[in-house]
Design a protein around this ligand. Structure first.
Ligand SMILES: Cc1cc2nc3c(=O)[nH]c(=O)nc-3n(C[C@H](O)[C@H](O)[C@H](O)COP(=O)(O)OP(=O)(O)OC[C@H]3O[C@@H](n4cnc5c(N)ncnc54)[C@H](O)[C@@H]3O)c2cc1C
Length: 301
């Protein structure tokens, strides 16, 4: 104990490194703590991120880390923060290694964890042929036999979207019962609706060849889109007493437009604080959190 910083950023991926960059360029002392488990680590390539399309996610993060640590007041440490608490006018963050640091402000950029439905064969295909977002990975599976697996009521929006990438079957899983009007919209998009539940994913993993249904039929599918339910990747926001909002896919930390949480001095950005999740949104939110944390250090937003 105990090195003191202006700001500790917990999570060193798209949101956290973007936040820290603003603070480093404002010549503030900033520590980024990162346990190296970004949400997209299952994918070999990231898409749609400005200037980085098609690069490996780890490569983007490594390059951003090198650029950040070129600034003399920026520090990055690899490790997991397990306790964060306010003591008087500072926040103390303790890592699982036992070491601790303190700061005047905290930025939580800890991301979320996807909870895949318990479907045999799904987990080993996540990020390759089982995909969360057509904008991120649809182009690479264009014109193949595509599926959308319902996990919650919003699945119908994904089913409406995916036909722009290829012929689409929507598996309702007994979770969604589309109205006559919705069926008409889906039919207008040439979406085939399959109501028998999928019980197994087939093929040579991580590739996909088809889905076995509860009645034994096999539907040939090359790539399956689904929006899993999500959980916070870290309990720190709850520990600190931050309020949450419930999005259709899971909890998100409640923030205002400048990423201030309900706990003064604690900011949050990225997937952990937004239901709109991709690398660009996370990075932009990180920039806002970094700027806001800096402005709060000088006495106002
Ligand atoms: C399979 C898959 C593929 C994707 N592909 C794309 C794509 O191609 N393009 C795109 O724009 N988006 C993609 N996304 C979405 C993208 O991954 C997320 O929107 C983005 O990673 C969110 O950034 P973030 O910084 O908020 O969180 P993350 O990237 O998840 O990073 C959070 C970081 O915080 C760290 N952390 C968590 N808790 C702690 C702790 N207690 N102490 C220290 N560190 C901690 C984690 O280790 C991690 O490094 C994909 C998502 C998935 C699931």
């Amino acid at each position: 104990m105990d090195t003191h910083y202006d700001v500790i950023v917990i999570g060193g991926s798209f949101a956290g490194l973007s936040a820290a960059m603003q603070l480093a360029r404002a010549r503030r002392r900033v520590l980024v703590l990162d346990s190296r488990r970004p949400r997209n680590r299952f994918a070999s390539h990231a898409h749609g991120f400005f200037g980085q399309d098609g690069k490996a996610p780890g490569e983007i993060i490594d390059e951003a880390t090198v650029q950040l640590t070129a600034y003399p007041t920026a520090h990055v440490a690899i490790g997991a923060a397990c306790i964060a608490k306010r003591v008087d006018d500072r926040f103390i963050v303790t890592q699982s290694s036992g070491s601790s640091s303190s700061a005047a402000r905290l930025i939580l950029a800890t991301g979320i964890r996807d909870e895949l439905p318990a479907l045999p064969g799904l987990e080993e295909r996540w990020g390759v042929s089982a995909l969360h977002c057509p904008y991120c990975h649809g182009y690479e599976v264009a014109d193949k036999r595509l599926g959308v697996l319902a996990t919650h009521s919003l699945s119908i929006h994904q089913a409406m979207l995916v036909p722009d990438w290829g012929p689409t079957t929507w598996f309702t899983q007994g979770i969604v019962d589309p109205s006559a009007e919705e069926i008409a919209l889906l039919e207008a998009r040439n979406v085939r609706i399959e109501r028998k539940p999928v019980v197994e994913v087939l093929g040579d993993a991580p590739n996909m060849a088809g889905l076995r249904l509860a009645d034994g039929r096999v539907v040939e599918i090359d790539a399956l889109f689904l929006g899993p339910r999500t959980q916070m990747a870290s309990p720190l926001a709850e520990q600190l007493g931050c309020a949450f909002d419930e999005s259709p896919i899971g909890p998100v930390i409640r923030v205002d437009e400048w990423k201030q949480t309900t706990v003064p001095g604690v900011f949050a950005a990225g997937d952990a604080a937004s239901a709109w999740s991709n690398a660009t949104f996370a990075s932009a939110a990180g920039v806002a959190a970094g700027v806001a944390a800096h402005r709060s250090l000088i006495g106002g937003l």
